[in-house]
Design a binder for this molecule. Sequence first.
Ligand SMILES: C[S@@+](CC[C@H](N)C(=O)[O-])C[C@H]1O[C@@H](n2cnc3c(N)ncnc32)[C@H](O)[C@@H]1O
Length: 202
Amino acid sequence: MQLSRVEKFFFDNPLRTLKQRKVEAPVMFRNLVLREGSSCLEVGCGNGTGALIINQKFPLSRLTAFDCDPLMVKKARKLLNLPPHWARNVLAGNIELMVADAVDMPFADNNFDACFAFGLLHHIAEWEKAVAGIQRVLKPGGIFAFKEIFAPMFKSRIVRRLFPPVSLIYENDLRQAMDKLGFKFVFWKGNETGCFAQAVKR
Ligand SMILES: C[S@@+](CC[C@H](N)C(=O)[O-])C[C@H]1O[C@@H](n2cnc3c(N)ncnc32)[C@H](O)[C@@H]1O
C-alpha cells in the first residue's frame, strides 16, 4: 500500500538516506557476497536510495527495483539521473525501475540471485503472498536480504499514528511463513520490534 504523506516525508529526506546508507545497509548486507554479474531485485524501492546503495555495494549486471507508488518511482528515476554526491561513483545504467505490486510480481520464476527489501512487508495486507512471490522469483540458492518491523513496535500510539502498519507481523509468524516456503535463515539480527535478516531459498 502507498505511504501516507507523513510517511513519505520520513522516507524521502536526507536523514533517512543517511540512516539507510550508514546504519541499515551495512547490517542488512553483513557477510553477503554476490558474484560478479549477479541479477538482483529490490522490492518497495521508494525514492531509489536503496537501489543506489545496493548497486554501489555489489558487482551486479542487473538490478530491477520497483514500487507500487508511481510517484516514488518518478522520484527514484530523478535520483538515478542525477545521483547525489555519495553515489557519484555508482553507475546506474544497469538499474531498471518500474511500477509493480509485490503481491503480483511480473517476473519469471527462478530469475534473481538476490532480493532486497527495506521495511516493506508490514505495508502489505497479503504479506505472505509477497514473501511467496519473492521465493518464486529467486533462483535456488538465491538470497532474500531484508529489514522488517514487527507488531510490538506499533504499541505506541505515536508510532501507530505516524507510521500506520497495514499488517501487524510478529517475528514468529514471519519465521514460520518463510520456513514453510523453504527459506533457510543464514543471518538474523533483531528483537521483538524488528529485524535485519538474510534467508536462502533452498
Ligand atoms: C517503508 S517504505 C521504504 C521505502 C524505501 N525502501 C526506504 O527504505 O526508504 C515502503 C515502500 O514500499 C512501497 N510498497 C508498499 N506496498 C507495496 C507493494 N504491495 N508493492 C510494491 N511496493 C510497495 C511503498 O510505496 C514504499 O515506497
